[in-house]
Design a protein around this ligand. Sequence first.
Ligand SMILES: [Zn+2]
Length: 446
Amino acid sequence: MRAGPSLLLRTPSGGGRPLRASAALVLSAAFLMVALAGQAVADESLTAIRFWTAPDHTRIVIDMTGSVEYDAGTRRDPDRVVVLVKNASLDGPVAVTPVGDGLVERVRVNELDGGAQVVLDLTKASEYNVFPLLPYAGKPHRVVIDVFRDADPRIESAREIADRPLSHRVVVIDAGHGGEDPGTLGNGELMEKDVVLDIARRLAAILGEQEGCEAKLTRGGDYYVSLRKRKELASAWNGDLFISIHGNSAPNRRATGTEVFTVSDRGASDQTARELADRENAADIVGGVTPETGDDVLAILVDLKMGDRMQKSMHLASFINGELTEEGLGPVHTKRAGFVVLKSLAMPSVLVEVGFLSNNKDVAKLKRADYRQQYAEALAEAIDGYFVAYAPVAAAPDGTHEVAPGETLWSIARRYGKSVAELRNINDLADDCTIYVGQKLNVSGT
Ligand SMILES: [Zn+2]
Protein backbone atom coordinates (compact mmCIF):
# COMPACT_ATOMS: atom_id res chain seq x y z
CA MET A 1 0.00 0.00 0.00
CA ARG A 2 1.19 3.44 -0.68
CA ALA A 3 1.62 5.87 2.20
CA GLY A 4 -1.29 8.20 2.76
CA PRO A 5 -0.90 11.87 3.66
CA SER A 6 1.36 12.42 6.65
CA LEU A 7 -0.33 11.75 9.96
CA LEU A 8 2.20 13.77 11.87
CA LEU A 9 0.45 16.78 13.30
CA ARG A 10 2.46 18.29 16.07
CA THR A 11 1.86 21.31 18.21
CA PRO A 12 4.67 23.82 17.66
CA SER A 13 6.13 23.41 21.15
CA GLY A 14 5.55 19.66 21.18
CA GLY A 15 4.90 17.75 24.40
CA GLY A 16 1.72 17.29 26.36
CA ARG A 17 0.11 20.64 25.83
CA PRO A 18 -3.62 20.25 25.16
CA LEU A 19 -4.65 20.90 21.57
CA ARG A 20 -6.61 24.02 20.94
CA ALA A 21 -10.00 23.65 19.30
CA SER A 22 -8.85 24.83 15.89
CA ALA A 23 -5.97 22.36 15.91
CA ALA A 24 -8.35 19.56 16.84
CA LEU A 25 -10.52 20.45 13.85
CA VAL A 26 -7.52 20.33 11.57
CA LEU A 27 -6.60 17.00 13.10
CA SER A 28 -9.99 15.44 12.43
CA ALA A 29 -9.95 16.79 8.88
CA ALA A 30 -6.58 15.13 8.43
CA PHE A 31 -7.97 11.81 9.65
CA LEU A 32 -10.83 12.11 7.21
CA MET A 33 -8.38 12.71 4.35
CA VAL A 34 -6.37 9.67 5.34
CA ALA A 35 -9.50 7.55 5.48
CA LEU A 36 -10.47 8.63 1.97
CA ALA A 37 -6.97 8.08 0.67
CA GLY A 38 -6.93 4.62 2.25
CA GLN A 39 -10.11 3.74 0.46
CA ALA A 40 -8.71 5.03 -2.82
CA VAL A 41 -5.71 2.71 -2.54
CA ALA A 42 -7.94 -0.35 -2.39
CA ASP A 43 -9.86 1.01 -5.34
CA GLU A 44 -7.15 1.76 -7.87
CA SER A 45 -8.11 0.43 -11.25
CA LEU A 46 -6.21 -0.87 -14.20
CA THR A 47 -7.67 1.08 -17.11
CA ALA A 48 -5.66 0.10 -20.19
CA ILE A 49 -2.80 -2.01 -21.43
CA ARG A 50 -0.60 -0.80 -24.24
CA PHE A 51 2.54 -2.24 -25.78
CA TRP A 52 5.49 -1.05 -27.85
CA THR A 53 7.66 -3.45 -29.82
CA ALA A 54 11.27 -2.33 -30.18
CA PRO A 55 14.01 -4.33 -31.92
CA ASP A 56 15.58 -5.32 -28.60
CA HIS A 57 12.62 -5.39 -26.22
CA THR A 58 8.86 -5.30 -25.84
CA ARG A 59 7.40 -2.78 -23.45
CA ILE A 60 4.05 -3.45 -21.81
CA VAL A 61 2.47 -0.41 -20.19
CA ILE A 62 -0.33 -0.75 -17.66
CA ASP A 63 -2.33 2.42 -17.09
CA MET A 64 -3.52 2.86 -13.50
CA THR A 65 -5.87 5.31 -11.83
CA GLY A 66 -3.30 5.92 -9.08
CA SER A 67 0.01 4.75 -7.66
CA VAL A 68 0.14 1.09 -6.72
CA GLU A 69 2.43 -1.57 -5.36
CA TYR A 70 3.18 -4.75 -7.23
CA ASP A 71 5.04 -8.06 -7.07
CA ALA A 72 6.65 -9.60 -10.12
CA GLY A 73 7.98 -13.04 -10.94
CA THR A 74 8.27 -15.67 -13.64
CA ARG A 75 6.55 -19.01 -14.22
CA ARG A 76 7.60 -21.95 -16.42
CA ASP A 77 5.64 -24.25 -18.75
CA PRO A 78 4.65 -22.12 -20.52
CA ASP A 79 7.07 -19.25 -19.86
CA ARG A 80 5.35 -16.24 -18.34
CA VAL A 81 6.06 -13.04 -16.49
CA VAL A 82 3.45 -12.50 -13.79
CA VAL A 83 2.88 -9.15 -12.11
CA LEU A 84 0.38 -8.81 -9.28
CA VAL A 85 -0.82 -5.22 -9.05
CA LYS A 86 -1.92 -5.13 -5.43
CA ASN A 87 -5.38 -3.94 -4.39
CA ALA A 88 -6.26 -3.10 -7.96
CA SER A 89 -9.25 -4.08 -9.98
CA LEU A 90 -9.90 -4.27 -13.68
CA ASP A 91 -11.73 -1.38 -15.26
CA GLY A 92 -12.26 -1.58 -18.99
CA PRO A 93 -12.01 -4.21 -21.70
CA VAL A 94 -8.40 -5.18 -21.18
CA ALA A 95 -8.75 -8.84 -20.22
CA VAL A 96 -6.60 -10.08 -23.12
CA THR A 97 -4.25 -7.98 -25.23
CA PRO A 98 -2.76 -9.84 -28.20
CA VAL A 99 0.86 -8.81 -28.85
CA GLY A 100 2.35 -11.53 -31.07
CA ASP A 101 5.68 -9.89 -31.80
CA GLY A 102 7.75 -13.04 -31.45
CA LEU A 103 8.69 -12.22 -27.86
CA VAL A 104 5.41 -11.63 -26.03
CA GLU A 105 2.40 -13.55 -27.30
CA ARG A 106 -0.32 -11.88 -25.29
CA VAL A 107 -1.07 -10.07 -22.05
CA ARG A 108 -3.87 -11.40 -19.85
CA VAL A 109 -5.37 -9.94 -16.70
CA ASN A 110 -6.93 -12.06 -13.95
CA GLU A 111 -8.83 -10.51 -11.08
CA LEU A 112 -7.68 -12.11 -7.85
CA ASP A 113 -8.50 -11.36 -4.22
CA GLY A 114 -5.17 -9.59 -3.73
CA GLY A 115 -5.43 -7.47 -6.84
CA ALA A 116 -5.13 -7.61 -10.62
CA GLN A 117 -2.76 -10.27 -11.90
CA VAL A 118 -1.14 -9.30 -15.20
CA VAL A 119 0.27 -12.29 -17.08
CA LEU A 120 2.60 -11.97 -20.07
CA ASP A 121 2.69 -15.17 -22.12
CA LEU A 122 6.16 -15.39 -23.63
CA THR A 123 7.50 -17.38 -26.54
CA LYS A 124 10.43 -18.37 -24.31
CA ALA A 125 12.01 -17.48 -20.97
CA SER A 126 13.40 -13.95 -21.23
CA GLU A 127 14.96 -11.27 -19.08
CA TYR A 128 12.49 -8.69 -17.85
CA ASN A 129 12.26 -5.52 -15.77
CA VAL A 130 9.31 -3.92 -13.99
CA PHE A 131 9.15 -0.29 -12.85
CA PRO A 132 6.57 2.43 -12.12
CA LEU A 133 6.15 5.61 -14.19
CA LEU A 134 4.60 8.72 -12.69
CA PRO A 135 1.94 10.77 -14.49
CA TYR A 136 3.47 12.82 -17.29
CA ALA A 137 2.25 14.53 -20.46
CA GLY A 138 -1.35 13.48 -19.98
CA LYS A 139 -0.39 9.91 -19.10
CA PRO A 140 -1.56 8.48 -15.75
CA HIS A 141 0.31 6.44 -13.16
CA ARG A 142 1.74 3.43 -14.99
CA VAL A 143 3.42 0.14 -14.33
CA VAL A 144 5.91 -0.75 -17.07
CA ILE A 145 7.14 -4.24 -17.90
CA ASP A 146 10.05 -4.53 -20.33
CA VAL A 147 10.85 -7.96 -21.76
CA PHE A 148 14.21 -8.20 -23.49
CA ARG A 149 15.35 -10.13 -26.53
CA ASP A 150 18.56 -12.12 -26.29
CA ALA A 151 20.29 -10.02 -28.92
CA ASP A 152 19.74 -6.65 -30.52
CA PRO A 153 19.54 -7.18 -34.30
CA ARG A 154 20.73 -3.60 -34.76
CA ILE A 155 23.98 -4.32 -32.93
CA GLU A 156 24.32 -7.59 -34.82
CA SER A 157 24.11 -5.71 -38.12
CA ALA A 158 27.08 -3.61 -37.05
CA ARG A 159 29.39 -6.46 -37.99
CA GLU A 160 28.34 -6.23 -41.61
CA ILE A 161 28.88 -2.49 -41.57
CA ALA A 162 32.37 -2.93 -40.14
CA ASP A 163 33.27 -4.83 -43.30
CA ARG A 164 31.93 -2.12 -45.56
CA PRO A 165 33.96 -0.73 -48.45
CA LEU A 166 35.95 2.28 -47.33
CA SER A 167 34.14 4.64 -49.67
CA HIS A 168 30.89 3.56 -48.03
CA ARG A 169 29.42 6.22 -45.73
CA VAL A 170 27.23 5.48 -42.74
CA VAL A 171 24.87 8.18 -41.47
CA VAL A 172 23.30 7.53 -38.08
CA ILE A 173 19.90 9.19 -37.90
CA ASP A 174 18.52 9.55 -34.40
CA ALA A 175 14.82 10.35 -34.09
CA GLY A 176 14.25 11.72 -30.58
CA HIS A 177 11.93 10.26 -27.95
CA GLY A 178 9.39 7.52 -28.84
CA GLY A 179 7.00 5.12 -27.18
CA GLU A 180 5.98 6.32 -23.73
CA ASP A 181 8.14 9.42 -24.22
CA PRO A 182 6.20 11.70 -26.60
CA GLY A 183 8.69 14.56 -26.40
CA THR A 184 7.18 18.01 -26.56
CA LEU A 185 3.47 18.20 -27.24
CA GLY A 186 3.49 21.75 -28.50
CA ASN A 187 0.01 23.05 -29.04
CA GLY A 188 -1.41 19.57 -28.72
CA GLU A 189 -1.87 18.93 -32.44
CA LEU A 190 1.45 17.21 -33.00
CA MET A 191 3.64 14.97 -30.93
CA GLU A 192 7.35 15.54 -31.29
CA LYS A 193 8.08 11.82 -31.41
CA ASP A 194 5.87 11.39 -34.50
CA VAL A 195 7.14 14.39 -36.45
CA VAL A 196 10.79 13.61 -35.88
CA LEU A 197 10.36 9.92 -36.72
CA ASP A 198 8.70 10.82 -40.00
CA ILE A 199 11.47 13.23 -41.00
CA ALA A 200 14.12 10.73 -39.89
CA ARG A 201 12.56 7.98 -42.00
CA ARG A 202 12.29 10.24 -45.03
CA LEU A 203 15.91 11.28 -44.64
CA ALA A 204 16.96 7.62 -44.29
CA ALA A 205 15.03 6.71 -47.45
CA ILE A 206 16.64 9.52 -49.48
CA LEU A 207 20.16 8.71 -48.27
CA GLY A 208 19.59 4.98 -48.67
CA GLU A 209 18.99 5.43 -52.39
CA GLN A 210 22.35 7.08 -52.86
CA GLU A 211 25.31 5.09 -54.06
CA GLY A 212 27.78 4.30 -51.28
CA CYS A 213 25.65 5.70 -48.49
CA GLU A 214 23.90 3.83 -45.74
CA ALA A 215 21.44 5.35 -43.31
CA LYS A 216 20.93 3.73 -39.93
CA LEU A 217 18.01 4.71 -37.70
CA THR A 218 18.44 4.44 -33.94
CA ARG A 219 14.65 4.28 -33.84
CA GLY A 220 12.63 3.02 -36.79
CA GLY A 221 9.26 2.88 -35.03
CA ASP A 222 7.29 4.22 -32.14
CA TYR A 223 9.17 2.85 -29.16
CA TYR A 224 11.47 4.17 -26.50
CA VAL A 225 15.24 4.05 -26.98
CA SER A 226 17.42 5.05 -24.06
CA LEU A 227 20.17 7.60 -24.58
CA ARG A 228 22.65 4.90 -23.67
CA LYS A 229 21.29 2.67 -26.40
CA ARG A 230 21.37 5.47 -28.96
CA LYS A 231 25.06 6.00 -28.24
CA GLU A 232 25.73 2.28 -28.21
CA LEU A 233 24.16 1.92 -31.64
CA ALA A 234 25.96 4.93 -33.09
CA SER A 235 29.32 3.62 -31.98
CA ALA A 236 28.58 0.01 -32.96
CA TRP A 237 27.73 1.19 -36.46
CA ASN A 238 30.88 3.31 -36.51
CA GLY A 239 28.95 6.07 -38.26
CA ASP A 240 30.57 8.81 -40.27
CA LEU A 241 27.91 11.24 -39.09
CA PHE A 242 25.34 11.40 -36.32
CA ILE A 243 22.28 13.54 -36.80
CA SER A 244 19.73 13.72 -34.01
CA ILE A 245 16.31 15.07 -34.94
CA HIS A 246 14.06 16.81 -32.42
CA GLY A 247 11.20 19.28 -32.18
CA ASN A 248 11.50 22.45 -30.17
CA SER A 249 9.16 24.24 -27.81
CA ALA A 250 9.33 27.53 -25.97
CA PRO A 251 7.06 29.47 -23.63
CA ASN A 252 7.40 32.32 -26.12
CA ARG A 253 4.96 31.13 -28.75
CA ARG A 254 6.49 33.39 -31.35
CA ALA A 255 9.76 31.44 -31.30
CA THR A 256 10.02 29.84 -34.73
CA GLY A 257 12.35 28.04 -37.11
CA THR A 258 15.15 25.50 -36.96
CA GLU A 259 17.92 25.37 -34.40
CA VAL A 260 20.99 23.32 -35.15
CA PHE A 261 23.11 22.48 -32.14
CA THR A 262 26.72 21.43 -31.96
CA VAL A 263 28.74 21.00 -28.84
CA SER A 264 31.74 23.11 -28.08
CA ASP A 265 34.54 22.00 -25.82
CA ARG A 266 36.09 25.45 -25.78
CA GLY A 267 33.88 26.78 -23.00
CA ALA A 268 36.51 26.63 -20.31
CA SER A 269 39.57 27.63 -22.26
CA ASP A 270 38.35 30.34 -24.60
CA GLN A 271 37.01 33.54 -23.11
CA THR A 272 35.17 34.58 -26.28
CA ALA A 273 33.42 31.25 -26.48
CA ARG A 274 32.58 31.45 -22.80
CA GLU A 275 31.06 34.89 -23.21
CA LEU A 276 29.15 33.65 -26.23
CA ALA A 277 27.91 30.70 -24.24
CA ASP A 278 26.92 32.96 -21.36
CA ARG A 279 25.07 35.21 -23.75
CA GLU A 280 23.28 32.28 -25.31
CA ASN A 281 22.38 30.97 -21.89
CA ALA A 282 21.08 34.38 -20.93
CA ALA A 283 19.06 34.56 -24.16
CA ASP A 284 17.66 31.17 -23.38
CA ILE A 285 16.67 32.31 -19.93
CA VAL A 286 14.96 35.38 -21.33
CA GLY A 287 13.29 33.40 -24.11
CA GLY A 288 12.63 30.43 -21.88
CA VAL A 289 14.92 27.46 -21.54
CA THR A 290 13.41 24.57 -23.44
CA PRO A 291 13.57 21.10 -21.93
CA GLU A 292 15.43 20.21 -25.11
CA THR A 293 18.30 22.46 -24.29
CA GLY A 294 18.49 21.10 -20.81
CA ASP A 295 18.02 17.44 -21.53
CA ASP A 296 18.25 16.28 -25.08
CA VAL A 297 20.96 18.45 -26.48
CA LEU A 298 23.30 18.17 -23.58
CA ALA A 299 22.62 14.55 -22.78
CA ILE A 300 23.02 13.32 -26.33
CA LEU A 301 25.86 15.51 -27.47
CA VAL A 302 27.89 15.71 -24.29
CA ASP A 303 28.05 12.02 -23.72
CA LEU A 304 29.25 11.28 -27.19
CA LYS A 305 32.98 11.56 -27.63
CA MET A 306 34.34 14.61 -29.30
CA GLY A 307 37.84 15.17 -30.54
CA ASP A 308 38.76 16.94 -33.72
CA ARG A 309 35.21 16.40 -34.86
CA MET A 310 33.98 19.63 -33.35
CA GLN A 311 35.08 21.53 -36.43
CA LYS A 312 33.42 19.02 -38.69
CA SER A 313 30.23 19.14 -36.65
CA MET A 314 30.12 22.90 -37.00
CA HIS A 315 30.81 22.57 -40.69
CA LEU A 316 27.91 20.13 -41.03
CA ALA A 317 25.69 22.55 -39.09
CA SER A 318 26.59 25.30 -41.53
CA PHE A 319 25.78 23.03 -44.50
CA ILE A 320 22.38 22.35 -42.91
CA ASN A 321 21.83 26.04 -42.31
CA GLY A 322 22.77 26.80 -45.93
CA GLU A 323 20.52 24.17 -47.49
CA LEU A 324 17.46 24.89 -45.34
CA THR A 325 17.82 28.61 -45.94
CA GLU A 326 18.31 28.14 -49.68
CA GLU A 327 15.20 25.96 -49.86
CA GLY A 328 13.16 28.62 -48.09
CA LEU A 329 12.78 26.46 -44.99
CA GLY A 330 14.31 29.01 -42.62
CA PRO A 331 14.83 30.76 -40.33
CA VAL A 332 17.74 28.67 -39.12
CA HIS A 333 19.92 29.36 -36.12
CA THR A 334 23.07 27.40 -35.48
CA LYS A 335 24.00 27.23 -31.83
CA ARG A 336 26.78 25.79 -29.80
CA ALA A 337 25.83 24.50 -26.41
CA GLY A 338 27.99 26.50 -24.05
CA PHE A 339 29.54 24.32 -21.39
CA VAL A 340 32.68 22.38 -20.68
CA VAL A 341 32.67 19.12 -22.51
CA LEU A 342 34.64 16.48 -20.76
CA LYS A 343 34.11 13.71 -23.19
CA SER A 344 34.52 13.73 -26.93
CA LEU A 345 32.09 12.90 -29.64
CA ALA A 346 32.38 9.53 -31.35
CA MET A 347 31.71 11.13 -34.73
CA PRO A 348 30.77 14.50 -36.15
CA SER A 349 27.33 15.16 -34.69
CA VAL A 350 24.56 17.69 -34.80
CA LEU A 351 21.18 17.94 -33.16
CA VAL A 352 18.52 19.54 -35.34
CA GLU A 353 15.40 21.03 -33.79
CA VAL A 354 13.19 21.02 -36.86
CA GLY A 355 10.77 23.67 -35.66
CA PHE A 356 8.83 24.94 -32.67
CA LEU A 357 5.82 22.81 -31.80
CA SER A 358 4.74 25.71 -29.63
CA ASN A 359 4.39 27.92 -32.70
CA ASN A 360 1.23 27.69 -34.80
CA LYS A 361 2.95 28.40 -38.10
CA ASP A 362 5.69 25.83 -37.49
CA VAL A 363 3.06 23.27 -36.51
CA ALA A 364 1.03 24.00 -39.66
CA LYS A 365 4.15 23.42 -41.78
CA LEU A 366 5.28 20.31 -39.95
CA LYS A 367 1.84 18.77 -40.35
CA ARG A 368 2.32 18.79 -44.13
CA ALA A 369 3.93 15.67 -45.63
CA ASP A 370 5.35 17.69 -48.55
CA TYR A 371 7.04 20.07 -46.11
CA ARG A 372 8.57 17.20 -44.14
CA GLN A 373 9.79 15.67 -47.42
CA GLN A 374 11.30 18.96 -48.54
CA TYR A 375 12.95 19.31 -45.14
CA ALA A 376 14.41 15.79 -45.31
CA GLU A 377 15.69 16.48 -48.83
CA ALA A 378 17.43 19.63 -47.65
CA LEU A 379 19.07 17.68 -44.82
CA ALA A 380 20.20 15.03 -47.34
CA GLU A 381 21.66 17.76 -49.58
CA ALA A 382 23.55 19.18 -46.62
CA ILE A 383 24.94 15.75 -45.77
CA ASP A 384 26.01 15.33 -49.41
CA GLY A 385 27.80 18.65 -49.29
CA TYR A 386 29.54 17.62 -46.11
CA PHE A 387 30.74 14.33 -47.60
CA VAL A 388 32.06 16.08 -50.68
CA ALA A 389 34.01 18.44 -48.42
CA TYR A 390 35.37 15.58 -46.36
CA ALA A 391 35.95 12.98 -49.06
CA PRO A 392 38.89 10.74 -48.21
CA VAL A 393 42.18 12.31 -49.31
CA ALA A 394 45.18 10.64 -50.89
CA ALA A 395 48.08 9.72 -48.63
CA ALA A 396 50.91 12.23 -48.13
CA PRO A 397 53.76 11.96 -50.72
CA ASP A 398 55.89 9.86 -48.40
CA GLY A 399 52.88 7.79 -47.38
CA THR A 400 52.83 9.04 -43.79
CA HIS A 401 50.63 11.25 -41.68
CA GLU A 402 51.89 13.24 -38.72
CA VAL A 403 49.37 13.14 -35.86
CA ALA A 404 48.06 16.62 -35.07
CA PRO A 405 46.46 17.74 -31.79
CA GLY A 406 42.90 16.47 -31.42
CA GLU A 407 43.20 13.78 -34.03
CA THR A 408 42.22 10.22 -33.34
CA LEU A 409 42.92 6.96 -35.05
CA TRP A 410 39.34 7.04 -36.22
CA SER A 411 39.57 10.48 -37.84
CA ILE A 412 42.88 9.66 -39.51
CA ALA A 413 41.53 6.36 -40.79
CA ARG A 414 38.48 8.02 -42.31
CA ARG A 415 40.55 10.79 -43.80
CA TYR A 416 42.69 8.34 -45.72
CA GLY A 417 39.84 6.04 -46.58
CA LYS A 418 40.95 3.24 -44.31
CA SER A 419 39.42 1.35 -41.44
CA VAL A 420 40.79 1.72 -37.93
CA ALA A 421 41.70 -1.97 -37.94
CA GLU A 422 43.62 -1.54 -41.18
CA LEU A 423 45.52 1.44 -39.80
CA ARG A 424 46.40 -0.49 -36.66
CA ASN A 425 47.56 -3.39 -38.77
CA ILE A 426 49.77 -1.34 -41.11
CA ASN A 427 51.38 0.44 -38.18
CA ASP A 428 51.57 -2.58 -35.93
CA LEU A 429 49.56 -0.85 -33.20
CA ALA A 430 48.07 -2.81 -30.33
CA ASP A 431 44.31 -2.61 -29.78
CA ASP A 432 44.71 -0.58 -26.59
CA CYS A 433 47.48 1.71 -27.81
CA THR A 434 47.17 5.48 -27.85
CA ILE A 435 48.61 7.73 -30.50
CA TYR A 436 50.50 10.91 -29.72
CA VAL A 437 50.91 14.28 -31.35
CA GLY A 438 53.80 14.26 -33.81
CA GLN A 439 53.70 10.50 -34.28
CA LYS A 440 54.13 9.48 -37.90
CA LEU A 441 51.71 6.88 -39.09
CA ASN A 442 51.96 4.95 -42.29
CA VAL A 443 48.77 5.68 -44.16
CA SER A 444 49.85 4.43 -47.58
CA GLY A 445 48.61 0.93 -46.93
CA THR A 446 51.86 -0.99 -47.22
ZN1 LIG B 1 13.28 16.37 -28.21
